[in-house]
Design a protein around this ligand. Structure first.
Ligand SMILES: Cc1ncc(C[n+]2csc(CCOP(=O)(O)OP(=O)(O)O)c2C)c(N)n1
Ligand code: SF4
Length: 301
């Protein structure tokens, strides 16, 4: 599958309220191409709930339920049950939620839906912040990053949401990044064919939140993968497979680019380099990434 082979159908139309260079719209456009029109989206409070419409119009061409920040998993379970009552099993029920709505406030409803075995896809678009309310920290915000609630740089490391979700032993867990649309497309297509709960987490570099120019969104995602900060994998029936550059990193065939190459391009980390280099925090960040790959090798090597 190459980019030019993606379906021409569009379910995310021009005219959304997204910022220029918005990764959420790049990702959702690809996801909806993979899902097709028989799809119901569940969207909690997040940027997408703002982007989706200039009332009374909408640029999204699929039915969508907006739901309270904390309730996406429960809402998806309800829709799946209602469709079952109606004898419909040809419709994809898909949560599209931010990292705040997933790592933090939505985690309980999501966990419940996974445990109940709801047949749905949960997609977390992870821009590593609460962006639509003005760039506050979330449980996914990286160590050292500036946000409006971590002005000197976040002091904590992000949760390992992949491990938390894998612990639910659901049939399919994957990570993706908007900079690799074919990979994202293929993963959503695969998830669509699997029965039961599926979880896909997509890295979505946000220009205003990460403080980089809006024409560098795709580059920022690629660098996250090439530096090893963001691994690409699929976890199916408790078997882990890394893919793309992440596979080469895992197998020791690709030397990760220095993490600094990614950090230095983002204004949210500028205080780690100016007015003087903060060696201690940069090293701590690097060690976090090294340790993650070490853990992967121990667990899945
Ligand atoms: C219970 C509750 N608390 C707080 C809010 C305010 N709120 C709406 S969206 C949001 C942040 C969403 O962040 P995230 O899920 O990461 O999505 P993003 O905005 O980054 O797309 C917050 C704090 C709310 N709507 N409901
Ligand atoms: S703040 Fe970020 S995620 Fe939200 S609409 Fe703008 S670019 Fe997209």
């Amino acid at each position: 599958m190459s980019l030019k082979d993606l379906p021409k159908d569009e379910y995310l139309l021009p005219g959304s309220a997204a910022c220029p260079g918005c990764p959420a719209t790049i990702g959702l456009r690809t996801v909806l191409k993979a899902l097709g029109k028989k799809t119901i989206l569940v969207v909690p409070a997040c940027c997408t709930a703002v982007i989706e419409s200039w009332y009374p119009n909408s640029s999204f061409n699929v039915p969508l339920l907006n739901i309270a920040f904390e309730a996406s998993g429960a809402a998806a379970s309800g829709i799946v049950s209602a469709l079952k009552q109606k004898g419909r099993d040809d419709i994809n029920v898909v949560v599209w939620a931010g990292d705040g709505g997933t790592y933090d406030i939505g985690i309980q409803a999501m966990s419940g839906a996974f445990e109940r075995g709801t047949d749905f896809i949960y997609i977390c678009y992870n821009n590593q912040i609460y962006s639509n309310t003005g760039i506050q920290r979330s449980g996914a915000t990286p160590y050292g990053a500036w946000t409006t609630t971590t002005v000197g740089g976040k002091g904590e490391f992000p949760k390992d949401m992949g491990a938390i979700v894998r612990a639910h032993r659901i049939p399919y867990v994957a990570t993706a990044c908007i900079s690799y649309p074919e990979d994202l497309y293929n993963k959503v297509r695969k998830a669509k064919e699997i029965r039961g709960p599926k979880y896909i987490e997509v890295l979505t570099p946000c220009p205003p939140g990460w403080r980089f120019p809006m024409d560098r969104t795709v580059e920022m995602g690629r660098l996250a993968v090439e530096t090893g900060v963001w691994p690409l994998y699929e976890y199916e029936n408790e078997e882990m497979t890394f893919n793309g550059i992440s596979r080469a990193i895992f197998e020791g065939k690709y030397k990760r680019k220095p993490v600094e190459d990614w950090l230095k391009l983002q204004g949210r980390f500028s205080h780690l380099f100016k007015p003087k280099r903060d060696e201690e925090r940069i090293k701590r960040f690097e060690k976090f990434v090294d340790d993650m790959w070490e853990r992967f090798r121990k667990e899945f090597g």
